[in-house]
Design a protein around this ligand. Structure first.
Ligand code: COA
Ligand code: AMP
Length: 636
């Protein structure tokens, strides 16, 4: 904690960002190489839709790769691939990255990929994932990375929505306890989807080779063939053109395609790298997440590379690959200055090595800051990490939709006093307000819905992919003039924000955002299930885990068949949503508690399961149902 740090310097800058957003973001845009520099900064002609840098033209790949080579950083490391699960380490310099991206981009063009076409990327944590993303950016194609832990049904939903010309995948992923065959998942997803991609590019990994079909192209051939040798140059794209679509979970089973623009995102990320994550060109950042999540897009790939820093791409876990000292080794080995991960990773390390004895074998002298996000940072984990590392531990709060932090201690500007449990103050450009049900701002210390006044800063979602209506309905209609974050919380007397959790039914399992609707759909597909509900309950390691309550169809004998059905339901969720859903517990119950209009009382059940006093709505249909469920939920 930086005792007594003055908030004036940051406070002034923050106020300026709200008072004069166009001046603020015009200045920040100066860090980017534009083909056509922005004349106009913000297009606010058509509220609630806003566009940043509406007349500017750039290429994000040029900014992330080519310009660093041109500036003489060619021999500097861009990516350190470190894979304890395969025993591989590889450093890719900026010059090498440029060569690989040029070749891949040429190969994609050879497959007919044109500006505006979509490319779905379903890859594990290998450097080819970053190369593929940048190659798409280079030729103006729009990538949509799907997390490798998602099962065929989730992948199929994304393929259908994004309608990609090409899918890039691998033969397998490597988890500590097993090889995960990706190619059969991809084939199954394409079998289930209405949209059919023209080609699938498959990276063959030696741990498990995939059988190739007619539309499949070997990655090795894609990046060495004649089209790759011809290469592809950067295509100028409008600042408002999409760089990528990233699907995220809402309450329903249908994922939301977050539209990420090009120019606003590049400006915001670069600003955040210096001012929030406190990294300088040539330094190394280690973000332990996955390229399939927004954290991976912003702070494994684009953020560090836009800055000209090095990024560690780590294919492993915080524990068990091989031990709880893995992160310390990576930090030492690559001279990491900033590490960014989810609190759950630190809870896992603490569980294995409570006294951080493994840390003693490593030299972390150059390490400056730990950043944690993705879920609430509980004060215990904060204290432990601070004690063992002796560096500032910075909670930052944001979401797929925003693309970069909404609240964060601006360490690159000045380190503000840290309050455990709070991600500190709103970040420049974000006018954060806590509102009550009527849309009135609440007093300090009072909980409400955390909202952001429009327009939000550059980098945040301008809309949903091909669905302006859903964008407005999901985020902007609850409180006109505000973006609804879906999180609840409060602001204290010093303006510090405290984020207490989702106000909707979105789950957060080990920092992974999952939809109750998707898990419920998988359960409901079982022939014996009449009705079901999924609630996220507190878990010491993963923050939250899903619990399922199912009502069986009449005539199904729960006593005789219950065990088999429960096991099948767990398997179904793994198969339909993915192993990351981590559903372990399914209870067969007589009925589900509902309101008179038929809405299942998930929040009330969640509160009971967590041992809290439940808020029972007056409109409950039958209080006896809830009473009967209470011992089941409490695990008595
Ligand atoms: N491809 C295929 N399967 C995957 C996968 C991937 N990319 N990522 C995870 N899985 C599987 C795992 O193998 C595991 O399967 P299992 O049930 O057969 O063991 C399951 O999904 C759950 O994985 P995970 O969430 O990683 O849990 P874990 O119990 O293996 O490990 C932690 C727990 C806390 C160590 C782990 O969740 C972690 O490192 N979290 C870091 C947080 C993070 O990266 N968050 C992202 C947002 S910042
Ligand atoms: P995602 O879109 O996957 O990044 O998930 C975003 C959600 O994760 C947010 O809406 C929050 O519910 C939660 N979250 C992320 N970071 C934090 C944080 N620092 N504190 C509390 N919740 C967080």
């Amino acid at each position: 904690m930086s005792d007594g740090a003055s908030t004036a310097a940051y406070g002034d800058l923050y106020q300026r960002s709200l008072r004069d957003p166009e001046g603020f973001w015009r200045e920040a845009a100066g860090e980017i190489d534009w083909v056509t520099p922005p004349g106009r900064i913000l297009d606010d002609d058509n509220p609630p839709f806003y566009r940043w840098y509406p007349d500017a033209v750039l290429n994000v790949c040029h900014n992330a790769v080519d310009r660093h080579v041109k500036a003489g950083r060619g021999d500097q490391a861009a990516i350190h691939y470190d894979s304890p699960v395969t025993g591989t380490k590889l450093t890719v310099t900026y010059a090498e990255l440029l060569e690989q991206v040029r070749a891949c981009a040429g190969g994609l063009k050879g497959l007919g990929v044109e500006p505006g076409d979509r490319v779905v990327i379903y890859l594990p944590m290998v450097p080819e994932a970053a190369v593929a993303m940048l190659a798409c950016a280079r030729i103006g194609a729009v990538h949509s990375v799907v997390f490798g832990g998602f099962a065929p049904q989730e992948l199929a939903a994304r393929i259908d929505d994004a309608a990609p010309r090409v899918v890039i995948s691998a033969s397998c992923g490597v988890e500590p306890n097993r090889i995960v065959p990706y190619k059969p998942f991809l084939d199954e997803a394409i079998r289930r989807s209405a949209h059919q991609p023209e080609h699938c590019v498959i990276l063959q990994r030696e741990q498990l080779r995939a059988e190739m079909g007619e539309r499949d192209v070997d990655w090795a051939e894609l990046v060495t063939g004649p089209a790759a040798r011809a290469g592809a140059d950067c295509v100028p794209v409008a600042s408002t053109d999409p760089l990528y679509i990233l699907y995220t979970s809402g309450t329903t089973g249908r994922p939301k395609g977050i539209y990420r623009d090009s120019g606003g995102y590049a400006v915001a990320l670069l600003w955040s790298m210096r001012n929030l994550y406190d990294v300088r060109p040539g330094e190394t950042m280690f973000t332990a997440s996955d390229v399939g999540w927004v954290v991976g897009h912003s702070y494994i790939v684009y953020g560090p590379l836009l800055l000209g820093a090095a990024s560690v791409l780590y294919e492993g876990k915080p524990v068990g690959t091989p031990d709880a000292g893995a992160f310390w080794r990576v930090i030492q080995e690559y001279g990491v200055v900033s590490c960014f991960t989810a609190p759950t990773a630190f809870r896992a390390i603490k569980k294995e090595d409570a006294k951080a004895e493994l840390l003693r074998s490593y030299d972390l002298t150059g390490f400056r800051t730990l950043y944690l996000a993705g879920e609430r940072l509980d004060p215990d984990t904060y204290e432990w990490a601070t004690d063992v590392l002796g560096v500032p531990v910075i909670d930052n709060w944001w979401q797929t939709e925003t693309g970069w932090p909404v609240a964060c201690n601006p360490k690159g500007i000045e380190l503000l006093p840290i309050k455990p449990g709070s991600p500190t103050l709103p970040v420049c450009g974000y006018d954060v307000r806590v509102l009550d049900g009527a849309g009135t701002e609440v007093a300090a210390g009072t909980e409400g819905a955390i909202c952001i006044r429009l327009p939000m800063p550059p980098g945040t979602l301008p809309t949903l992919w091909h669905d302006d209506e859903r964008y407005v309905a999901s985020y902007l209609s609850a409180y006109p003039g505000y973006y609804l974050t879906g999180d609840g919380g409060y602001v204290d007397d010093d303006g510090y924000l405290f984020v207490m959790g989702r106000t909707d039914d979105v789950l957060n399992v080990a920092g992974h955002r999952l939809s109750t609707g998707a898990i419920e759909a998988a359960l409901a597909g079982h022939e014996a299930v009449a009705e079901c509900a999924v609630v996220g309950v507190s878990d010491q390691l993963k923050g939250q885990v899903p619990r399922a309550l199912v009502v069986l169809k009449s005539g199904v004998d729960a006593a005789a068949e219950g065990e088999r059905i429960r096991a099948e339901l767990v398997e179904r969720v793994r198969g339909e949503v993915g192993a990351v859903a981590a559903l372990r517990r399914v209870d067969i119950v007589a009925a589900l508690p509902k309101t008179r209009s038929g809405k299942i009382l998930r929040k009330t059940m969640r509160e009971i399961a967590d041992g809290r006093t439940p808020t029972v709505p007056a409109t409950i249909e039958d209080a006896a149902v809830l009473e009967a469920l209470t011992p089941v939920l409490r695990g008595d």
